[in-house]
Design a protein around this ligand. Structure first.
Ligand SMILES: NC(=O)c1ccc[n+]([C@@H]2O[C@H](COP(=O)([O-])OP(=O)(O)OC[C@H]3O[C@@H](n4cnc5c(N)ncnc54)[C@H](OP(=O)(O)O)[C@@H]3O)[C@@H](O)[C@H]2O)c1
Length: 317
């Protein structure tokens, strides 16, 4: 991507979108196009088409989505499938219609068949059933990747798809109703600490394993792929290592300095037991993650604490 090219980053106010804007600016991209969901509801075909017609972006990174943790996914599967399919359909079709040179679709590691051999390799996609707790969201992601491939085949576009592992960092969603694992743990431990509680209760057994990556690494992987990857085949981007939820919780407890007990509520669902992805393909092209997990967790907690203590508006809270 040329430094002065017009790059539309959908979902720029979210976790990954904000990191993309931060990282693109840092390396000298000057012409970034962003809109909030209030300015353009990406589910609305007419709004999206007239936006693309007017702005004609050169490149698109589609990071907008309805995203949430296991609770939100289980309670609102219809919203997850509808919103995500509407958004990706509108963005991908308009990108083709208005001549976008290249588009990156952000998929998710939860699309792999739950019984596929781990670490998940890209060629095991579509070979079995995905985890039921995120089926609606996962099916929408599979549809988005299939759309990119279909448009490349029929219309000779250059639309690529990345499959990141689970992400965390500043700007994450700390809403107790919708958050992912890391923000949920940070919030629980910090609230337990400042309220002098003797224990903090965590969902599930703590034994499932998760591959987590600091969001700036994910943003750099996206920029790397925009500059170095031109294939319809989706590509994984992760750290190549996973931790049990209990290990992650221990790290966060230590960083926050909560001295009480950590209690597991095993009546709550665990989700998939393990979802490590194989990132050897992107590593062989020359990208590698840089940020150590503890360092990333400290940065994320400091961002949350600063926002919480100063009563600033937290993203999505
Ligand atoms: N977080 C993870 O662990 C993870 C892991 C793998 C893949 N991903 C993928 O990475 C991408 C970004 O995820 P994220 O965690 O950064 O999500 P996020 O923090 O929840 O942000 C979602 C973004 O999407 C925008 N959005 C939602 N509905 C919209 C609508 N109807 N119209 C326009 N914009 C809308 C939001 O804008 P407003 O704030 O203006 O509503 C927000 O900027 C998603 O595709 C997700 O599937 C995430």
């Amino acid at each position: 991507m040329e430094k002065e090219a017009k790059i539309y980053i959908s979902g720029h106010s979210g976790l990954l979108g904000s990191a993309l804007v931060r990282c693109l600016k840092k390396i000298g991209y000057t012409n970034l196009l962003v809109k909030t969901s209030e300015e353009i509801d990406l589910r609305n075909q007419r709004e999206v088409e007239s936006f693309f017609e007017k702005e004609k972006p050169d490149y698109v990174i589609h990071a907008a989505a309805r995203v949430g943790g296991i609770k939100a996914n289980m309670e609102k599967p219809a919203q997850f499938i509808y919103d995500n399919i509407q958004m990706e359909t509108n963005v991908i079709n308009s990108a083709w219609k208005y001549g976008v040179k290249k588009l990156l679709f952000i998929s998710s590691n939860c699309i792999y068949p739950k019984d596929a051999k781990q670490p998940f390799q890209e060629d095991s996609l579509g070979t079995g059933k995905i985890e039921s707790t995120n089926e609606a969201y996962g099916m929408a992601k599979l549809a988005g990747m299939a759309m990119c491939k279909a448009y490349n085949t029929q219309y000779k576009t250059n639309f690529i798809s990345v499959i990141p592992c689970s992400l965390f960092g500043p700007g994450d969603n700390f809403d107790p109703e919708g958050s992912h694992l890391i923000p949920a743990l940070i919030r629980k431990f910090y609230e337990a600490k400042i309220n002098n509680l003797s224990e903090a209760v965590l969902w599930g057994t703590g034994t499932p394993r998760r591959e987590i990556m600091y969001v700036d690494d994910a943003a750099e992987a996206c920029i790397f792929l925009m500059n170095n990857y031109n294939s319809s085949e989706p590509i994984n981007a992760g750290i190549g290592k996973d931790y049990s939820i209990k290990e992650i919780a221990e790290m966060i407890k230590e960083i926050i300095g909560f001295k009480g007990k950590m209690v597991q509520d095993i009546s709550k669902p665990d989700g998939i037991n393990k979802k490590l992805i194989d990132s050897s393909k992107i590593y062989s092209l020359g990208w590698k993650p840089n940020i150590d997990i503890i360092e990333g967790l400290k940065k994320t907690f400091n961002w949350y604490k600063d926002s919480f203590d100063n009563n600033k508006e937290l993203s999505h809270v």
